[in-house]
Design a protein around this ligand. Structure first.
Ligand SMILES: [Zn+2]
Length: 504
């Protein structure tokens, strides 16, 4: 049991409840909303009269208001500032190339992840869930103020609360185009008292393609200030659960809750998880000699054994000053003001390799073409198929209703221009079914003489792939790629979807 710098009194309470699974058990990615819902460990509901009923294994408590609740021992002992579920496994999905540089268990902050390389711009949709009594009905301006705070914090904008931190060169903006191609404000509004209390399967009704949009929901967040999923947990990206849920009272600038959680840092913190960052205190102190594979897998955040609340002048849980000014701790909003340079590199690695279809532009990258096969055929996307064994199939869809399928030994080819670009990157999602031995789905590039394999997939579940084409693919009016299936047994097929080619 990790003890934080709470008062002795609260530490005793925390010890009394050490049996509760504070570190969340394996979360069922397909069911429920807040982590722990499946276990009914903690339940927090706003009643129609505005009072809060909160239950945990120690009993049921009634609070006069959210403000009283947020200041309660219940809030602290159950670590309700954030409900990022804590898993012990890698989720089995970190075996592809440089995903290992930001896996669930380790970080390799190589220079290619330096923010100076390029800016990532991420489209956001905010789903506002409201009660019939008017609670939760935050304004568009309040939503925009939260986006502004994300940018102040992730880009350390001068003259803002986020200026002391590292400039991660990650930018957020409210989406201007919805999944159907229509203009949008990037905000949806739904009145549903059940959903307002974070109950019911609202995400499956409301989510926008989680490969391409950062989905944020505002409601009571099950009594947490917020919760999120790390893509490295596996089964997250592309799933409707992906995204961040924030307590509407702590959302935006000068939000209704008031100090100390009213300056939008809950969303900054949850966005940190969404981009692959652990709490600074996760896994305890870790070891100094293996700081990239223990603790929070980051070396330039000091070691920390448990969350720090408030804003102490000093806090020392692992023989050095705790990193309580970090966004990934639990301190007050105005006490936290930085991601470190290595956190910036880990979250940028996460964008690049775990959320490769999320960023749409970015100070250099330009979309050359994309196809999610929702047209229902290859021809609309300009693909040339080898024979009738190449189909568009519903059961090959990674997102949307349709995906591409290659049966047995077949391939589909695409030609496009890369003139004006000095580097070309291909993103796609793929999996294989009934493949044997070392057989794979190949992504190949034509070098003018022969086909060169640049990437391969053996996974039996969809994996997000991101690969740079070799030198020679750039500045080429007739750049050719193809997907080729290498398994000839009957009943075998490969699926791929969401192909996007980017030029720098
Ligand atoms: Zn958290």
């Amino acid at each position: 049991m990790k003890l934080s710098s709470l008062t002795a009194h609260l530490s005793v309470i925390a010890l009394l409840f050490a049996a509760a699974p504070v570190s969340q058990a394996q979360h069922d990615a397909g069911a429920g909303n807040a982590p722990g819902d499946g276990e009914s460990r903690v339940s927090v509901l706003e009643q129609d009269d505005g009072t809060i009923v909160a239950s945990d294994p120690s009993g049921t408590y009634l609070y006069a208001s959210w403000n009283v609740y947020f200041a309660s021992p219940f809030f602290m002992r159950n670590k309700m500032r954030c409900g990022q579920p804590f898993l012990l496994s890698d989720g089995g999905k970190q075996t592809y190339g440089s995903k290992n540089d930001c896996s669930y268990s380790s970080t390799n902050p190589k220079s290619e992840y330096d923010p100076a390389v390029q800016k990532f711009s991420i489209p956001v949709v905010v789903h506002v869930l409201m009660h019939t009594n008017g609670n939760g009905a935050i304004s568009d301006a309040m939503v925009q103020s939260q986006i502004d705070i994300l940018n102040e914090d992730f880009m350390a904008l001068p003259g803002t609360n986020g200026s002391p931190g590292s400039d991660c060169q990650v930018e957020f903006y409210l989406a201007t185009v919805d999944p159907n191609g229509n203009a949008t404000t990037g905000i949806t509004r739904t009145t549903n008292n059940n959903w307002y209390n974070d109950s019911g399967n609202y995400k499956s009704s409301l989510y926008w393609n989680t490969n391409k949009y950062f989905n944020i929901y505002t409601n009571t967040a099950s009594g947490y200030l917020g919760y999120a999923y790390m893509p490295q947990q596996g089964g997250v990206v592309g799933n409707s659960i992906d995204g961040v849920v924030c307590n509407w009272r702590a959302f935006g600038r000068n939000s209704p809750y008031g100090p100390p959680y009213n300056q939008g840092r809950t969303t900054t913190h949850e966005a940190g998880h969404y981009l692959g960052l652990f709490h600074t205190f996760d896994n305890g102190c870790g070891t100094t000699s293996a700081c990239y594979s223990s603790g929070d897998t980051i070396c330039d955040t000091n070691r920390e054994s448990g969350p720090v609340y408030g804003c102490p002048g000093n806090s020392n849980t692992c023989s050095s000053q705790d990193p309580f000014h970090n966004y990934m701790d639990y301190t007050d909003d105005l006490c936290m003001y930085e991601f470190t340079p290595e956190q910036a590199r880990r979250l940028r690695c996460t964008v690049e390799y775990w959320r490769p279809n999320l960023f749409t532009s970015g100070g250099g990258s330009t979309l050359i073409f994309e196809d999610d096969f929702e047209s229902g055929d290859y021809a609309s996307g300009g693909w040339v198929t080898q024979n009738g064994k190449c189909r568009i199939h519903k059961k090959s869809a990674y997102s949307g209703a349709w995906g591409a399928r290659l049966k047995r030994l077949t391939n589909v080819e695409k030609t496009f221009s890369t003139v004006g670009f000095s580097q070309v990157r291909v993103n796609y999602a793929a999996m294989v079914t009934n493949y044997t031995g070392t057989k794979k789905l190949l992504l190949q590039w034509f070098d003018g003489t022969s086909w060169v394999t640049v990437d391969n997939v053996q996974s039996s579940t969809f994996a997000n792939q991101s690969v740079f084409l070799p030198a020679g693919a750039e500045n080429n009016p007739n750049c050719r790629i193809r997907f080729k299936s290498k398994e000839k047994t009957k009943g075998s097929f490969a699926s791929f979807d969401d192909v996007a080619v980017w030029g720098d």
